[in-house]
Design a protein around this ligand. Structure first.
Ligand code: HEM
Length: 416
């Protein structure tokens, strides 16, 4: 296991952060069954698309027994319970679209969901840690970790595109695992003053970020933009900064007042947060606030890794002191790869959000009814916003520009 001493002498082992060399932040080998007592949850969770389609999910949830969460013991049991209850909650809230939301989540769902969330340190809403990191199984356990041999444990409405969206994101996470595994080598090299070792670790991180960009390219193969925009996206939306649910959601039996939570977004992936901290890339106040808030939607151990990285001695300063050509080139390359990932991601967001949004506006102006085109069924309130609640393009471009400015005024031009 990769380990290094921190600047205060303590060992920097990825194990301590629930991160594995092979899988990075992905939950290794998630469970696909809960103890039989929890069958009423799984009966609903495993049928979300059809129950939503028949508009029966809310009625089924209202009839669920109020179960105690105390028989969930292992971490992987809690993760599956959180995934199942999160997906059921999204189906419950959004079953009737943006015009038919609810004010309250009933106590038979809200109370155990709250308890499980508290025990995991996750918020009571669908997160990236649920839908992506803990929502997979191999069809053939001995087979490869690829699109053909993977399937989701729990699904939302949207058919093959839902499967494609979560699994491609999972493969982006997998592609980023070697980068995370190389981080202790960077820290160790800095401590020993070994510029060459740091350079080699940074070269490996660059390759891994390049592999993430390549994996992200599969999104256009496996996900249909009109299905993503018109059908799936609402089920990822939260109840914070969302005009459809301005007050938030009451969790019955938990809090009398409504609570507000952002929806699921890969902005909650720990990968880019780690790279930013490692490379010393800081974001402007408003963007930085949004990204910091997203850290509260990560498993606490992953959030701790990001915080501990931010406390390491600045890498750019080390590189300046060392004045080593190979190290400087490796650092520039790493930042350039990160910039290229963010640029390509903006391209993806254009294809999956901006273009279908323009089409939806056009259809509305022509007053063509729902059903002709999936995009016409999309919630209008989300047009300019990400599911995490940000103003999409302004936010993403400014995060990208900050990556460029913070680091590579020259090399950034080459990448684009
Ligand atoms: C169809 C695919 C995708 C779409 C439409 C999309 C959309 C978005 C949007 C709208 C945001 C703004 C934050 C929000 O409000 O949610 C965002 C942020 C972000 N997304 Fe994606 N995303 C996609 C796939 C991915 C994947 C696979 C990753 C990789 C893990 C990723 C990583 C990020 C990151 C790291 C941010 C935060 C901004 C940054 O650090 O650059 N996204 N995404």
């Amino acid at each position: 296991m990769a380990a290094a001493k921190t600047h205060c002498g303590a060992s920097f082992s990825l194990d301590a952060y629930h991160v594995s060399e092979e899988f990075g932040f992905i939950l290794p080998d998630p469970l696909d069954e809960l103890p039989p007592y929890y069958q009423p949850w799984m009966d609903v969770a495993l049928r979300i698309p059809e129950l939503v389609h028949a508009r029966e999910l809310r009625a089924r949830v209202n009839k669920m027994p109020l179960l105690s969460s105390e028989f969930l013991q292992k971490h992987r049991e809690l993760r599956l319970a959180h995934l199942a209850l999160s997906m059921v909650t999204m189906g419950y809230v959004w079953q009737e679209g943006e015009g038919g939301t609810v004010e309250m989540l009933p106590c038979n769902l809200a109370v155990p969901y709250w308890e499980v969330s508290q025990r995991l340190g996750l918020p009571p809403i669908l997160t990236h840690a649920d839908g992506v990191l803990a929502n997979w199984r191999k069809k053939d356990p001995e087979g490869p970790f690829n699109m053909e041999n993977l399937e989701l444990l729990v699904r939302l409405p949207g058919g093959d595109s839902v499967q494609g969206f979560f699994l491609v994101t999972l493969l982006v996470e997998l592609a980023g695992a070697p980068a995370v595994a190389s981080i202790p080598r960077v820290i160790d090299g800095v401590q020993r003053g070994d510029a060459e070792a740091v350079a080699r670790a940074l070269e490996d991180i660059s390759q891994s970020i390049q592999d993430m960009t390549d994996a992200l390219k599969m999104m256009q193969v496996y996900v249909e933009p009109s299905v993503f925009y018109g059908i799936m996206r609402i089920y990822l939306s939260g109840w914070k900064d969302n005009p459809c649910m301005p007050r938030g959601l009451i969790y019955e039996g938990v809090h009398a007042e409504p609570l507000q939570y952002s929806g699921g977004s890969a902005a909650q992936s720990s990968l880019l947060h780690c790279f930013d901290e490692l490379l010393g890339i800081r974001h402007e106040t408003q963007n930085g606030d949004f990204l910091s808030r997203m850290r509260n939607y990560m498993p606490p151990a992953h959030k701790r890794l990001i915080q501990d990285l931010s406390a390491q001695p600045p890498l750019q300063e080390f590189a300046r002191r060392q004045a080593d050509g190979q190290l400087n080139r490796a650092l520039q390359l790493c930042a350039a790869k990160l910039l290229a990932f963010r640029s390509y991601h903006i391209n993806v967001v254009g294809r999956f959000i901006s273009v279908p949004a323009a089409r939806a506006r056009q259809l509305r102006q022509q007053r063509r009814g729902a059903g002709e085109d999936a995009v016409s069924r999309a919630p209008a309130a989300l047009e300019e916003r990400g599911t995490g609640g940000s103003g999409v393009m302004t936010f993403l471009k400014s995060v990208r520009d900050q990556t460029k400015q913070a680091f590579l005024p020259e090399a950034g031009k080459d990448v684009e």
